[in-house]
Design a protein around this ligand. Structure first.
Ligand SMILES: Nc1nc2c(ncn2[C@@H]2O[C@H](COP(=O)(O)OP(=O)(O)OP(=O)(O)O)[C@@H](O)[C@H]2O)c(=O)[nH]1
Ligand SMILES: [Mg+2]
Ligand SMILES: [Zn+2]
Length: 353
């Protein structure tokens, strides 16, 4: 398979030229295991480890390769090393709600996020807004997929779709059913050649099933309907990148339990631009938009121009971002203080002897 079929862009080609990288040594990470990565190159799939240099230079877990990364691999026989990670066009990270050190790469170099929620049990508009915020923050185009349409009544389906469209204004919303194939033509139409799509959502909503339907055979392991013992357990255990016959590239993920927005300030700004723009036109400079009389946002809520639940959800995530940022600052200050102690100790040692 050619690199272009894996999503290799002109920009990456240029990067190779500028940095004298031989494209024969380039591949894309298609799966991640404990300490090994499956890297797909033009010659086939190589199993590789990271070099000491990458480990040594890493400040954070996101400095390690993730599924979707373009890398330079070199080696022979069954010993191959990832020597370099290309600059990423996007990074999708999972952040714990209050623990800044807990961030983890979901996938990199993603163009679109397919946010999947099941219509029967999982549908939650606030959580959808959360996912959209995370995608927007990472400059990933969000698309909402409401799955398992066959398990709800038509009016339930219609009101959920309408509700989602109203709250998420510009975002495309597609209702699907793997049973009846409802929405699959529309889904196939949004999946473009050479573009990478990451499936996001809770466990059991049907992400892997959607991929199987798009491929046309049962490639991904999915949850067996009959087994209730499996409840709450992830069926997909590791991330995986696959290329569709139509040319689109998909990344399957284990379901996410918790969707923290972390420091997604810009994501909030763009997801809720209709609210933040009003905030700028507020007649009070220091308006908190909570109780102030004559506040532009509160007036818009009163007149029905802004949905009050959407505003509440925005405020909740805003507080979460502030909390995240202050604990992140705290952590970095503690880190600095520790570094100083170590440095002082070293200096002390030097002078002592
Ligand atoms: N009725 C119905 N069942 C579906 C549909 N899509 C998926 N399912 C069932 O839902 C269950 C979970 O599907 P999976 O595809 O494994 O879910 P997942 O999102 O990949 O779950 P994790 O890998 O754990 O994150 C399976 O039993 C599927 O058969 C659908 O459209 N309709
Ligand atoms: Mg799955
Ligand atoms: Zn205000």
């Amino acid at each position: 398979m050619k690199l272009i079929n894996l999503g290799f862009t002109k920009k990456l080609q240029q990067y190779c030229l500028d940095n004298s990288i031989d494209p024969n040594n380039v591949g894309r990470v298609i799966a991640e295991h404990k300490e090994r990565y499956d890297v797909r190159t033009e010659k086939g799939v190589i199993i590789a480890e990271v070099t000491g240099k990458i480990i040594y230079e890493a400040d954070d877990r996101s400095d390690f390769p993730g599924v979707g990364d373009w890398v330079v691999v070199r080696g022979e026989g069954d010993q191959h090393n990832i020597e370099k990670i290309f600059p990423r066009s996007s990074v999708l990270k999972r952040k714990a709600v209050s623990n800044p050190t807990g961030s983890q790469i979901i996938a990199t170099n993603i163009d679109y996020g397919l946010i999947v929620q099941a219509l029967n049990r999982d549908f939650n508009i606030n959580r959808l807004e959360r996912y959209v915020t995370i995608c927007n923050d990472a400059s990933i185009h969000p698309i909402v997929v409401l799955s398992k349409a066959d398990l709800v009544y038509q009016d339930q389906l219609e009101s959920a779709v309408q509700n989602a469209k109203e709250r998420l204004n510009e975002v495309q919303v597609i209702a699907t059913s793997a049973e009846t194939r409802l929405g699959f033509r529309e889904l196939e139409n949004v999946i473009q050649k050479y573009k990478t799509y990451c499936l996001l959502g809770s466990s059991g909503v049907g992400k892997s099933t959607i991929i199987n339907k798009l491929i046309g055979y049962e490639r991904m392991k999915t949850n067996d309907i009959g087994s209730t013992t499996n409840k709450g357990r992830h069926t997909t255990t590791n991330r995986q990148l696959i290329v569709l016959g139509s040319g689109g590239i998909l990344v399957d993920n284990p379901g996410l339990r918790e969707v923290g927005v972390g420091d997604a300030e810009e994501g909030l700004e763009s997801t809720f631009s209709h609210i933040t723009e009003l905030g700028k036109s507020c007649r009070f400079n220091d308006c908190k938009h909570v109780t102030e009389k004559g506040c532009a946002i509160l007036d818009a809520i009163d007149s029905g121009d802004v949905d009050s639940s959407s505003y509440e959800n925005y405020m909740r995530m805003q507080r979460e971002v502030e909390h995240y940022q202050s604990s992140d600052l705290d952590r970095r200050q503690k880190g600095k203080a520790l570094a100083k102690i170590v440095k002082d100790a070293k200096r002390f040692k030097k002078y002592k002897y």
